[in-house]
Design a protein around this ligand. Structure first.
Ligand code: TTP
Ligand code: MG
Length: 398
């Protein structure tokens, strides 16, 4: 199977959060960092400030000289951390294989998600759209068959960019890049290589291993492979996925319980598919409601004493529906979400003994679910769904 990797990198991350939270900063040259008067340095700056040559890690007094109108803002690390976590939770809606690289960057291996969520490009667009809708920030996305190329791609059309590098485009894409864009080649090495006439990745592609060994020592082989676009490093998960959820923002705030229930069932269907795909079952269901005034509630419930962990859509739906039933909807609903957490492996031994009748019922449901999964695997997600979905109106936010 072809590996597909997405690299997501937020645009001017700290500065974008500041501009988001204070509308007076929008469209202005904003520098987040220490003050120019106290030997501070620039953490980052808005793209408006970059036009003046301001860059990360530059002394703030120098940044002020380049851009006298810049607005200096002290960093708010706790806020950035919180936003980064919100973004990470979005990633987990697309794949459990997420490798964070820094506070605002991550690799996602989406190879296993294509059947369910669409083409790599569609998934990339969807991630960008969801981040913008939910977190109100733009991200740049790179998509390719490996980490090296995906990271290069995300940098191509910053800010708010999306670039896919297919295998047939790889050689051409790499050939003209300056060597400084290679992993492991910093300003010093770039300078040394330039003295030898090695300026572009094409120059590396044409280099013999013997010569590369003289220049890069033990890293020579890897450097030449990268120059050819070969990179077999896997995306490494260092934070296991703890929950799988999905949510929907309505085009028009909604008070119609019937429609809310229908959306819940649709969410439950999607979640249960993903749980089965990742071979886990969950013990806790959480309902999230965001009201028209942006206030938010979450309500959780266990599977119940006589139940076992589940990845079954109707069970998830019923528990979500019960939670919704108990809520007095004081205001129209802007967003509704469901999450399943508290996982165990799908094949884990059942702790609860079912009554014979209940077991038979469960087996029947499992057979039906498997049949539905097979049909969806073959013909796509939209081909079949639970019968309750008579309404397929355009209630979703575009
Ligand atoms: P980057 O992703 O390198 O930069 P950025 O998100 O600000 O801008 P872009 O990706 O659009 O080029 O770094 C992410 C955050 O990390 C950045 O917003 C601030 C922080 N950071 C520092 O504090 N010091 C630094 O030297 C760098 C490079 C980043
Ligand atoms: Mg960034």
């Amino acid at each position: 199977m072809n590996r597909w990797v997405i690299h997501v990198d937020m645009d001017a991350f700290y500065a974008a959060v500041e501009q988001r939270d204070n509308h007076l900063l929008k469209g202005k040259p904003v520098i987040v960092g220490g003050s120019p008067e106290s030997r501070g340095v620039v953490s980052t700056c808005s793209y408006e400030a970059r036009q003046y040559g301001v860059r990360s890690a530059m002394p703030s007094y120098q940044a002020k000289k380049l851009c006298p109108n810049a607005i200096f803002i002290p960093p708010r690390p706790a806020v950035y951390k919180h936003v980064a976590e919100e973004i990470r939770q979005i990633f987990f809606q697309y794949t459990p294989i997420v490798e964070p690289l820094s506070i605002d960057e991550a690799f996602l291996d989406i190879s296993g998600s294509l059947k369910l969520l669409g083409s790599p490009e569609e998934i990339g667009c969807s991630i960008k759209r969801q981040i913008l809708q939910q977190v109100k920030l733009t991200a740049s996305v790179g998509i390719a068959n490996n980490k090296f190329l995906a990271k290069l791609a995300s940098d191509c059309h910053k800010p708010d960019g999306l670039k896919i590098i297919t295998s047939s485009e790889t050689q051409k894409f790499l050939a003209d890049l300056p060597v400084s864009r290679m992993w492991g080649i910093g300003p010093k090495t770039t300078h040394l290589l330039a003295k030898d006439g090695i300026l572009t990745v094409k120059d590396l592609q044409q280099m013999s291993l013997t010569r590369a060994e003289l220049l890069f020592g033990n890293n020579a082989r890897q450097m030449l492979e990268l120059a050819m676009g070969i990179d077999n490093r896997p995306v490494i998960v260092n934070q296991p996925c703890k929950s799988i959820g999905h949510e929907t923002t309505f085009a028009k705030d909604c008070l119609d319980k019937g429609l809310l229930n229908q959306v819940l069932l649709k969410l439950a269907e999607k979640i249960s598919r993903r749980l089965r795909l990742h071979q886990v079952k969950g013990n806790t269901i959480t309902l999230k409601i965001k009201y028209s005034d942006f206030s938010q509630i979450t309500r959780s419930a266990g599977i119940g004493r006589c139940g076992e962990a589940t990845n079954d859509d109707l069970t998830i739906y019923r528990i979500g529906k019960d939670l919704l039933e108990k809520e007095k909807l004081a205001l129209p609903v802007r967003l509704i979400g469901l999450t399943v957490s508290n996982f165990e492996q799908a094949g884990a031994k059942q702790l609860v003994l079912f009554a014979e009748e209940q077991r038979e019922k469960q087996e029947k449901t499992d057979r039906l679910t498997k049949a539905l999964d097979r049909i969806k695997d073959k013909h796509g997600e939209k081909i079949i769904g639970r019968g309750v979905f008579a309404v397929r109106g355009n209630y979703l936010k575009k």
